[in-house]
Ligand binder design. Structure first.
Ligand SMILES: Cc1cc2nc3c(=O)[nH]c(=O)nc-3n(C[C@H](O)[C@H](O)[C@H](O)COP(=O)(O)OP(=O)(O)OC[C@H]3O[C@@H](n4cnc5c(N)ncnc54)[C@H](O)[C@@H]3O)c2cc1C
Length: 246
């Protein structure tokens, strides 16, 4: 029997991304007890709340001298919804990350597509490795919006036509573009998140500048907001030490 078409085949166009914190076990004290086992052994847990200033200093020292492993004893799971081209970049981060993504084989893909918003800089100036992005004109935004929307509509129609003809989802999906939204759970720890943020965000406090694509940076900024609330001392030490993962 051919698969049932989606409830609504009318495409939806988005300019934003989602990065919701769905589960976490992550606090600054996780760094402290892990680090203090070096000198205190099994008593390290008892020391946690004794001297906040020392705790802050210890986290800063670990970050500065790149003692990285104490930053791994915590966990954050994010629900991410973003275009497939963002996922391609995201999943290059192999270490300290676990992923599970929705399947284009087991479910019919919904027609949700990315169109850059009015504040997305459209024009690249300079050469590879040394360039900046500048605002697009109204005309350029119009060309992008119209071109993407009509191309997405056409691609999704062909996808639907193939499904209606009884073609398997895993075959029909070939016509769908990288601007299609996908969703996944991504689990990391503070150390792997810092490595991600160092590469995928631009920040005035970064000692080593990076030049990420804006859309993955939007995901990174949202994850960073959640993390900063969970682990404020670790986040502050990350910034103070040039946003280089320990
Ligand atoms: C601005 C930007 C542009 C990029 N452009 C391109 C591009 O044009 N083409 C492209 O293919 N990729 C590109 N990438 C992806 C990039 O090369 C990395 O794959 C990605 O940033 C993940 O970084 P990572 O390997 O350090 O992270 P992870 O995979 O999480 O690894 C973390 C760390 O573990 C260590 N490690 C992991 N695996 C190994 C290994 N096999 N051997 C030794 N050490 C290891 C390294 O120290 C590494 O930094 C780009 C990334 C950025 C940020």
């Amino acid at each position: 029997m051919p698969p049932t078409p989606a409830d609504s085949a009318e495409p939806e166009f988005r300019s934003d991304v989602t990065a919701d914190l769905v589960r976490s076990s992550a606090q600054d004290s996780d760094v402290l007890w892990a680090a203090r086992v070096s000198t205190l052994g099994e008593q390290s847990l008892e020391e946690l709340s004794k001297d906040p200033e020392r705790s802050k200093g210890l986290i800063n020292f670990l970050m500065r001298d790149r003692h990285g492993s104490p930053f791994e004893h915590n966990s954050m799971t994010f629900f991410i919804s973003a275009p497939i081209f963002v996922f391609r970049e995201f999943m290059r981060h192999r270490v300290g990350w676990s992923y599970n993504e929705e399947s284009g084989r087991y479910r019919e893909l919904r027609p949700v597509f990315y169109v850059p918003g009015p504040d997305r800089k459209l024009v690249q100036e300079g050469r590879p490795g040394k360039y900046v992005f500048v605002e697009g004109t109204d005309k350029q935004h119009q060309v992008v919006t119209e071109g993407m929307e009509s191309s997405y509509r056409r691609a999704y129609e062909e996808y639907q036509t193939m499904l209606a003809a009884g073609v398997a989802r895993e075959v029909a999906r070939s016509v769908l573009p990288v601007g299609l939204y996908s969703s996944m759970y991504a689990t990391c720890n503070a150390r792997s998140l810092m490595h991600f943020l160092g590469l995928r965000t631009q920040h005035e406090m970064a000692k080593v500048p990076s030049f990420p694509q804006r859309e993955i940076e939007m995901v990174g900024e949202k994850m960073e907001e959640h993390w900063a609330r969970l682990m404020p001392l670790t986040h502050a030490a990350f910034n103070a030490n040039g946003r280089i993962a320990p």
